[in-house]
Design a protein around this ligand. Sequence first.
Ligand code: S3P
Length: 676
Amino acid sequence: MTLPNQRIQPLDVFAVNHCDQLRGQFTVPGDKSISHRSIIFGALAQGQTRVSGFLRSADCLATLRILQAMGVSITDAGDELMIDGVGLDGLQKPKQDLDCGNAGTAMRLLAGLLSAQTFDSTLVGDESLSNRPMNRVIKPLTAMGANIDADAGTAPLRFRPPTAGIQAIDYTSPVASAQVKSAVLIAGLYADGKTTVTEPQKSRDHTETMLRGMGCEVQVDGLTVGVTGRPILLAQNIQVPADISSAAFLMVLGLCHPDADFTIQNVSINPTRDGVIKILQAMGGNLELHDVREQAGEPVADIQVRSSQLRGIDIPHAWIPSAIDEFPIVFIAAAMASGQTTLTGAEELRHKESDRIQVMLDGLKLLGIDCQELPDGAVIHGGQLSSGLVDGHGDHRCAMSFLLAGALHPGLEIAVKGCHNIGTSFPEFFGLLESMGMVVEQPVPVITVDGPSGVGKGTISALLAEELGWHLLDSGAIYRSLALAAMQQAIAATDEAALVQLAESLELTFEVSDEMGTQACLNGVVVNDQLRSEACGLMASKVAPIAAVRAALLRRQKAFRRAPGLVADGRDMGTVVFKSAPVKLFLTADAAERAKRRHKQLQEQGVDVKIRDLLVDIEARDHRDSTRKVAPLVPAEDAWVIDTSDLSIDEVLAQVMQHLTPHLERWQANPSGLDC
Ligand code: S3P
């Protein structure tokens, strides 16, 4: 499966299924940071720079298109890019705004470049990028003489030529950021004399390595890096190694998978980027580096990954800058580890493509992991991941992390929305997972309708299914059918083993026809009326609390999830059976009102009972249902609760349809019905 281009309205919800074994040799795409720089410095060099292994991701292609828009000829020969350098002063005024899309690296590095040009230009970005802090580059660049306009320190960034040219400075950055460092150094290429940047901790050094490789004088003294301005950059052949940030996803997948032993080939292990290896090894991860070698000035290795028992650690501050992009997947490793993992000193994570501390912790909590958010990090207690629908908030690394969490165990179902930016850094992500044996799914949408009896959920579910043209699961009918079959075969409600066997072999179908509605057929016989009998209901209430019976009926219920969609009516649809459903409803009503409704129903059937007796019955049953150990009747955390006490069926349906409208618009925009 290939990812849709991020500019096309994406199919946005995905899930990845577990596969039993992970073996083989795999390759992840080229390094994003090096790819961006290969275009920028290739453009500024004299002669033709050839780049192999370039990451053809949305982010890097944004940089490529921006340099093309400024007159640089870039030819794509398939396995290589050829960049015809124009020299430091050869860029031309672009005709339009320059669109960085989701790419922070493009915007901040190009800010350094555009600050020094003799023409006006504007950098724009997508919604996420337009909210990321740009003052961190605007401030030092302005001190160098740049003319930059930006409202509230965010994109769009408008550049006018520097009035008195760009001046060299010695800048002390408050953050360890390669983007800030690079922006200042790139502007410094246009200044006379030496520009230096001093950081609180060392950030990735690809700018320094590439500039030096092209003949620029670069001095490194501890945490200070300097370039001498007005160099002549000479074209180079650049081989981009595989991106350790993408490899990190496979590392955690393999370490946390029960049966993995595979190798990721040719990965950059630059010491300013290898924090994730250090962290995972300190957690007990079995990662081995083979054939460590050098490629175009960058150290690379093949990394062997084997299943491991991870344990929580306190992540040392010194490792944070060299693992800054890998924390989303490290958080998944922490959730799978025994004990507690603590991260502090990483406030930077709040300024990435999303607030990664918040997005990851919200998702982990939803998946049942005990964790606490800190202003500058998190405390994560390893535990058991459970199924659910989480939101990656359009952050490629958060989305990929949650998707892989869903592949760690059989039976886990983690649906992830907000996946549309995965192609910004890892366009081959899904294809690679499929080549490793995993199945990538776009889950069929499910609306769950839970609640006690007498709230109208059966009627609402049937009307909804009809309205939408979706399948309907009446899970109560499944329990009642089991009860009926048990009564027919004289199996006692206490005979757990026989009930489980019966549940597994039950010959049950639901046939839907326009004239007859839904017909439940047990062993080929229509049993609608028997299912509604009091005796059957009583037996169902005895067999339903048995955990083994519920487990035996689980697969049967899940099989109802078929395109174009499913409305699932029951008591644990949103909390157990379809935990990853994108829309969950929970209907409630006063016990007294429900007793009244039931009384009316029974009277219509000629059954004479007192409302007071029905009420006592209902209250007792509510208590039993909501306090039972297995699948208690409670609203899912993400359910929308509707009190139907004072509402007619039509009014409830109208409210539900209104709630569904935004979802329906998206489902309809995608006729396959798969976009949740
Ligand atoms: C990058 C630097 C890092 C990193 C980003 C790529 C680069 O950002 O998060 O993905 O290529 O220079 P900061 O410089 O903001 O830490």
